[in-house]
Design a protein around this ligand. Structure first.
Ligand SMILES: [Zn+2]
Length: 633
């Protein structure tokens, strides 16, 4: 530890040596505690995969399918031999469209195979009634990762230049002539430009309750006279609908102005380019490398993944929950699962106690908050149930005349049909949104549920070899962070059943909103060394970090071997991170999580216990005056 830095930059004091030595892998934009665990698991899973490949006889059916797909993805000789031929089936589907009417007629088929169209449907839980699933409608993403890139002319020109360059290269590899590529690109960019004013920024999307805008069937019919949107919706869900949930009203209000015959050529070119990108990973090695060039440039990643890694992920991503379950059962196991579950419930109990002792909430609101905590469901390690669709997957292999695009279309059809069949039915809350092998955790506001995959339950987050205080500063704070999402600016709007429902008294809600504003102010504009933090974009995560840290600290204090030093150090350790400048700057624009250095430092400055323990005073950079501290949970 660099002790001399404790009061000026705690993040660096703790992580200085690591920062000096850490090397960002060539195929990554950054290295962090998260990513180090990820790389370890990656190695485990890739080794497992090659063992399985040698003798798949003892594997379950779905793992066998994973291996067959893996043998396809890693056979680059075959992929090179097939060239772009497998893509012809997609290109023909788009090229044969000559009018908006024909796109309209083909729309359901394209949707079922997830071929990119400028707008589409998804079935998700109903915010108003989390026990039902309804149909959402929204537009596709822009070519650049956020609307803010389009606002400043210089940045826009530079980014569109990068995008154009890599797209042209990709189109050439797909066999388009110079003239064709130029036209496709200029059309597609013109269409992208039409979407910019009706697309939400990352900051707007972070307030996800605003994505819920129900319109009646009649209202939608009036706004979309150029397209049979409602008819397609009803075909996809196989029943009459009376409403659609619109994720972005600006887009549907402008629908007929954008989606019309005059713009058909632009739409068609946009579809060709979007699908060239979408399927670039399923063809030759040269094409998959070119297909990732823009993303790498955006994030400052030096090189493409090795063929071996890429082939592994291409198969793994399709079977992630299957491989993840194997990982969870064999590398985590039922004993650890029970152990960690106990720890989560301990954190929930501390949270309840903190709510009970809270000084700014009325009793009525406290009761509701405790009810929400009492009904919170917890999943740890690996799921008890997997999505049923894996059993339907069939992987044919090259021997049967298949190729990676045919496989993708077949699997996608199963997935989209599964999704649309969920319409108007209760969700299965036992299905996880992440594989057990993913280094992450989440809170689902519509399920009022937290999920901790096995992968994150390792050092420095959690280890039996670490002291209890270190574990509290690591996984304890992550657990309480996820619990806090039930009470961040988004989660607080949902009740204990996971439905949007105001359970706050008026004055408490006002007080909470004021505290959320204070949290925005605390982080907004704070310099990171690569640009200022956006307080509004990151408010929900900052509230969760702040609540998580306070709750974990209290849990640690209750234990027998409480050490503030160990607790604070491990908190800073889990946020160690070294990123390319481009990646750091990209995240400042699009990531709802604050920059790691602030997650470590600002959250600690905002804690009286930290200031007292290290005797931080007003001359120190880690100092924050008491009146500026924001404590919510
Ligand atoms: Zn979070």
């Amino acid at each position: 530890m660099k002790k001399e830095l404790i009061k000026t930059n705690f993040f660096e004091a703790v992580n200085g040596e690591w920062l000096d030595q850490a090397v960002i892998p060539g195929d990554q934009p950054s290295i962090s505690a998260f990513l180090e665990l990820h790389l370890g698991i990656e190695k485990t899973l890739m080794d497992l995969t090659s063992t399985w490949e040698k003798d798949p006889s003892n594997l379950n059916d779905n793992l066998k399918k994973f291996i067959i797909l893996y043998q396809m993805t890693k056979d680059f000789d075959k992929r090179n031999e097939l060239g772009t031929k497998p893509f012809e089936v997609i290109l023909n589907k788009i090229n044969k469209l000559t009018s908006l009417k024909e796109l309209d007629q083909a729309f359901v088929d394209l949707t079922l195979e997830s071929i990119e169209t400028p707008f589409g449907f998804a079935v998700m839980q109903d915010f108003m009634n989390s026990n039902n699933q309804v149909l959402y409608f929204g537009a596709s993403n822009l070519f650049l990762p956020d609307t803010s890139y389009y606002k400043d002319e210089k940045t826009k020109a530079q980014m569109i230049g990068l995008f154009s360059q890599s797209t042209k290269q990709l189109l050439t590899l797909f066999g388009f002539s110079e003239e064709e590529s130029t036209k496709l690109l200029s059309d597609a960019l013109a269409f992208d430009e039409l979407l910019v004013p009706v697309t939400k920024s990352s900051v707007e999307k972070a307030d996800y309750v605003k994505m819920y805008n129900p319109l009646t069937k009649e209202e939608v019919l009036k706004l979309t006279t150029n397209f049979n949107l409602i008819k397609h919706a009803e075909t996809l869900v196989k029943q009459p609908i009376d409403q659609l949930i619109i994720t972005n009203l600006d887009f549907i209000n402008a629908f007929d102005n954008i989606i019309n015959d005059n713009n058909f050529e632009l739409i068609k070119s946009w579809m060709i380019i979007s699908n060239v990108f979408r399927f670039s990973s399923d063809l030759t090695d040269e094409i998959r490398v070119a297909g990732g060039a823009f993303r790498r440039a955006l994030s400052g990643t030096k090189e493409a993944q090795s063929k071996e890694k890429f082939a592994f992920y291409q198969a793994y991503n399709r079977f992630s929950q299957i491989v993840g379950l194997y990982y969870g059962e064999n590398y985590f196991g039922p004993v650890a699962k029970q152990d960690v579950k106990t720890m989560v419930f301990e954190m929930i109990d501390v949270y309840k106690e903190r709510i009970t002792n809270n000084t700014w909430l009325n009793e009525k609101t406290k009761e509701k908050a405790i009810k929400k905590l009492s009904t919170l469901t917890v999943h740890v390690g690996y799921p008890d149930e997997l999505p049923p669709y894996y059993n339907q997957f069939e992987i044919k292999g090259y021997e049967q005349g298949s190729d990676l695009i045919q496989e993708k279309l077949a699997v996608t059809r199963i997935l989209t049909e599964y999704d649309f069949n969920k319409y108007n039915k209760a969700p299965n809350k036992n299905i996880w949104g992440m594989p057990a092998s993913m280094v992450n955790a989440y809170y689902s506001p519509t399920n009022n549920q937290i999920v901790f995959p096995a992968a994150i339950l390792q050092r420095p987050y959690y280890s039996l070899d670490q002291t209890p205080s270190e574990n509290y500063g690591g996984i304890g704070a992550v657990m309480a962070h996820e619990i806090s999402h039930a009470f961040d600016n988004n989660g607080a709007k949902f009740d204990e059943t996971g439905s949007l429902n105001n359970w706050w008294t008026e004055s408490d809600l006002e007080a909470f909103n004021q505290k959320a504003k204070d949290m925005i102010t605390l982080f907004d504009g704070v310099e990171t060394g690569f640009g200022p933090c956006n307080g509004t974009l990151t408010v929900s995560e900052n509230i969760a970090d702040s609540g998580g840290l306070r709750c974990a600290l209290e849990a640690s204090r209750k234990g027998n071997h409480h050490s503030l030093d160990e607790f604070f150090q491990n908190w800073a350790r889990v946020w160690r991170n070294k990123s390319s400048l481009q990646y750091s700057q990209l995240l400042l624009r699009v990531d709802v999580h604050g920059p790691s250095i602030l997650r470590a430092n600002m959250q600690l400055s905002n804690l009286p216990e930290f200031q007292e323990f290290y005797q931080v005073s007003s001359e120190d950079k880690m100092y924050l005056p008491k009146e500026k501290m924001v404590s919510i949970w």
